[in-house]
Design a protein. Structure first.
Length: 382
């Protein structure tokens, strides 16, 4: 496993030189930094495959460095090894609590360090799709620029429409961690959520059996994972936990529908990093249309492929801007228009997807069209 990029952070020059020499002899490409600030600059310039950091350093210590890496969707998966002369149990636990994958006391046993590096790099390649293993199902992100446009309703009913083909295994992840309603629209009451997973389970301990405790199955066959059960628990959901949830759901699904809030938070950006398709939902009213324009511009700035983006207008009321004006507003025709129907509110009040309760409704039929378009934008098995 030669050639992987390792960033080594330590404020003592002699230690930096010694470990850099040792890593270089083992075939790694080494970058050096003397504190957390220099490390962050180096990571922004070129993301490493692994970070080895001392704990006690000036300007920014290893704990703060790790905390910042874990909070950013671009760096949350990078393995971190902490080295420290502080060997007490509280010190070690603090390191793990901040997100370290390994905590090795000084003086370092090089054979132990070599083994840890090897294991972590293999794991990193597996979770970032750099191995030859099957990549799993497709992630489909439902996004919106303004609340109240029915994004959750469309996400839930799209998942149901995909599952009812009996061709696809479907998962649904609610990333609206403060005020998520996806489980409620399926009459599901979660005992365990993504917030619980974030605080109860270490990544190394999360096998299929452990993960299944956090997932519910709807009678349509859709497997559902809630974000949190209380708004105050939302802050417990980390970027790493969201990435783990998507990884795990992908392994047992052909499609994973991800419902998101009206924000480009680190959690949403983590979903966008792995999204095979994005469904942008808007309503035919000027505030929603303006917010959707901003959303599409953000996707452009992030260089998300237009061919994998579906624009859906959801007529949440009988009034609204006409379709020809909407097309001119976006300089493109929407891919689908969901017609207004009171069946949406009726189904929500009864706690079931309208695609199930009102199968012959015009909106339910269009939902099946949306499911079909999703399979075109992100073909299963691709």
């Amino acid at each position: 496993m030669a050639g992987e990029k390792i960033l080594f952070v330590d404020d003592e020059e002699q230690i930096r030189k010694l470990l850099a020499t040792w890593l270089g002899r083992h075939g790694y490409a080494v970058t050096l930094a003397s504190d957390g600030w220099e490390a962050l600059k180096a990571i922004r310039a070129a993301a490493p495959d692994l970070v080895i950091t001392d704990v006690n350093m000036p300007n920014m210590n290893g704990l703060e460095l790790t905390r910042r890496l874990r909070a950013d969707h671009r760096t949350a998966r990078i393995p971190v090894v902490m080295l420290s002369a502080r060997k007490q149990a509280d010190d070690v636990l603090t390191g793990y609590a901040e997100g370290a994958d390994e905590y090795i006391p000084k003086p370092v046993e090089m054979a132990v360090l070599a083994a840890k590096i090897d294991v972590l790099l293999k794991r990193f390649k597996a979770v970032t799709g750099q191995t030859t293993h099957k990549r799993g199902g497709n992630i489909v992100l439902f996004v919106h620029g303004k609340g109240g446009v029915g994004t959750t309703t469309l996400a839930v009913n799209s998942a149901v429409a995909l599952a009812e083909t009996t061709i696809y295994r479907v998962g649904l992840l609610d990333l609206n961690v403060e005020f998520g309603n996806a489980p409620m629209l399926m009459d599901l009451k979660p005992d365990k959520t993504l917030a619980h997973l974030a605080i109860e389970t270490e990544p190394s301990e999360l096998d299929d059996v452990a993960f299944s405790r956090y997932v519910m199955q709807d009678r349509t066959g859709v497997r559902v994972m809630a974000g949190s059960d209380l708004p105050e628990r939302a802050e417990l959901v980390t970027v790493s936990a969201a990435q783990q949830a998507m990884d795990r759901l992908k392994q047992t699904s052909d499609y994973v529908i991800v419902d998101t809030p009206a924000t480009f938070s680190q959690l949403v950006l983590a979903g966008l990093d792995v999204a095979d398709a994005v469904v942008v939902v808007t309503a035919p009213h000027l505030p929603s249309l303006k917010a959707t324009t901003d959303t599409l511009e953000v996707l452009d700035k992030l260089v998300y492929p237009k061919e994998r983006t579906l624009l859906v207008v959801n007529r949440t009321s009988e009034s609204g801007v006409e379709m020809d004006r909407i097309a001119r507003f976006f300089n493109r025709k929407p891919d689908l228009v969901i017609p207004f129907t009171p069946a949406c509110d009726d189904a929500a009040d009864r706690g079931r997807p309208f695609a199930v309760l009102h199968r012959e409704n015009a909106a339910a039929k269009v939902m099946r069209d949306l499911a079909a378009q999703i399979t075109v934008a992100a073909p299963a098995g691709r």
